[in-house]
Design a protein around this ligand. Structure first.
Ligand code: MG
Length: 448
């Protein structure tokens, strides 16, 4: 063999070796990549589940999920209304960065022309880049025109109503096609669940991400015949109990397919209870106010994390965490690098879920549209502006800000600002540092 041929042979062998090593690593990584399921209720309050203290709503499946997994007592959505909350969950970014919020029309409507910008990176896109199968089943509310639908944001499949179930018209979409209008909402939870179970079964051999945002218990409330009139809490209770049964079907599907030990399931809600709906709205339990406000009841959510074999059973976690953190957490567990060309508001919760109980999150910024209303730092929360979600109440500015110690006073009743000027000074520093990161944000798009 000539020297030249030996060189060629050596070159070819090195390429083959490199290819084998890379293929091996990929196969190994794929095998280790867990599945992810997010079950997202709509307008469910902090106090609406039995495992979060409701005295009459019966939620045996969610209670079991809490017993087998972890219950979060200080877990937050990123906004107190639908559209910005969903944008933040899927991008790991505050809505003020993506433009998915508004000071006037607070969510998207059927006559809106906008939606989640194409250059935002969703969890579905991040996970799809490493081979995940992806599906969104349920309420989207990030733009209903074709270019904004889930199918254009990294989801292989979509089945659901593209915005709130009280908006007209009320189309049910499969992919990008309307299959029913108005959607028959009495069977909606069951049909969503059928679709979710089907997706899991069809993708059991590969990593998958199921984003399952329910349309309920947002009003108008509907339950199927099996649940209607069955709860002790009226129609609202019937609807929540049907959601609970849906969670039971998802978890038992994962068990039946032996996927329970490689699937992380998160259950939470997009915002607090819609208190102005009276008996048709839920309750935030001991927390103040509800949907639409930046008091705790508007944004603190009843949250569970379940992954038998990885998450210690029965743990109650009191650390600070947010729906925005799921982006960095899932990315880390799936070995997807985080985008480095934009600001993220997402912290990897893996150490909190699996190891030390420490959360990387120390602060939380509470927005209404583009207006920063309050900041939480550790146990402290300062309100610069407050506005109740009850109708007809104007915003109130506070100078000095109101200050509450949320662990002593979860109901936000006792203002201790005068006693703790040093805490207010620290929070003002947090605000300055935070505002500096927003300077690079796109101009306020407003939801149109
Ligand atoms: Mg909502």
């Amino acid at each position: 063999m000539t020297k030249f041929n030996r060189c060629i042979l050596r070159g070819v062998l090195s390429i083959v070796c490199l290819w084998l090593t890379t293929a091996c690593c990929h196969a190994q990584a794929a095998e280790e990549r867990p599945n992810f399921v997010i079950i997202f209720a709509d307008d469910l309050g902090y106090g609406d589940l039995a495992c979060f203290g409701h005295p009459t709503i019966h939620t045996p499946h969610l209670d079991r999920m809490a017993r087998e997994g972890m219950k979060f007592t200080q877990f937050y959505s990123a906004a107190s209304v639908c559209t910005p909350s969903r944008a933040a969950l899927l991008t790991g970014r505050l809505p003020a960065r993506s433009g998915m919020c508004s000071n006037r029309r607070r969510v998207l409507f059927p006559d809106s022309l906008g939606g989640l910008p194409a250059d935002e990176i969703t969890l579905a896109e991040a996970l799809k880049s490493v081979g995940y199968a992806t599906a969104c089943v349920g309420k989207w509310h990030l733009g209903h025109l074709p270019k904004y639908l889930p199918t254009r944001h990294g989801f292989d499949r979509y089945f659901g109503i593209p915005y709130s179930n009280d908006m007209r018209p009320t189309p049910l979409l499969r992919g990008e096609d309307e299959v029913e209008e108005p959607a028959d909402q009495t069977t909606l939870t069951r049909r969503y669940t059928d679709e979710a179970v089907k997706f899991i079964r069809e993708n059991q051999e590969q990593p998958f991400f199921l984003y399952f945002p329910h349309s309920f218990p947002h009003v108008p409330l509907f339950a199927s015949d099996d649940f209607l009139g069955k709860s002790r809490r009226g129609l609202y209770g019937d609807v929540v109990e049907e959601l609970d049964a849906s969670v039971g079907r998802i978890l038992s599907t994962l068990r039946d397919l032996d996927l329970d030990e490689k699937t992380l399931v998160i259950f939470t809600s997009d915002n607090g209870p819609w208190l102005t709906q009276d008996l048709e709205g839920g309750t935030a339990g001991l927390l103040r106010d509800g949907k639409g406000s930046t008091w705790e009841g508007g944004m603190r959510e009843p949250t569970l994390a379940w992954w038998p074999s990885r998450i210690e059973a029965g743990r109650v976690e009191r650390a600070l965490a947010s729906t925005m953190d799921l982006f960095a957490t899932f990315s880390s567990l799936a070995n997807v690098p985080l985008p480095n060309d934009r600001s993220l508001d997402s912290y990897d919760l893996s150490p909190l879920l699996f190891e030390s109980g420490e959360s990387a999150r120390e602060t939380l910024f509470y927005y209404r549209g583009y207006q920063l209303m309050a900041v939480r730092r550790g146990p402290w929360k300062a309100h610069f502006i407050t506005q109740t979600a009850y109708r007809g109440k104007a915003p109130v500015e506070h100078n000095p800000p109101l200050l509450f110690h949320l662990e002593h006073d979860p109901r936000e009743k006792f203002n201790v600002a005068e006693k703790h000027p040093e805490i207010l000074a620290l929070i003002q520093n947090d605000v300055r540092a935070h505002r500096a990161t927003l300077d690079a944000a796109p101009s306020q798009l407003e939801l149109r």
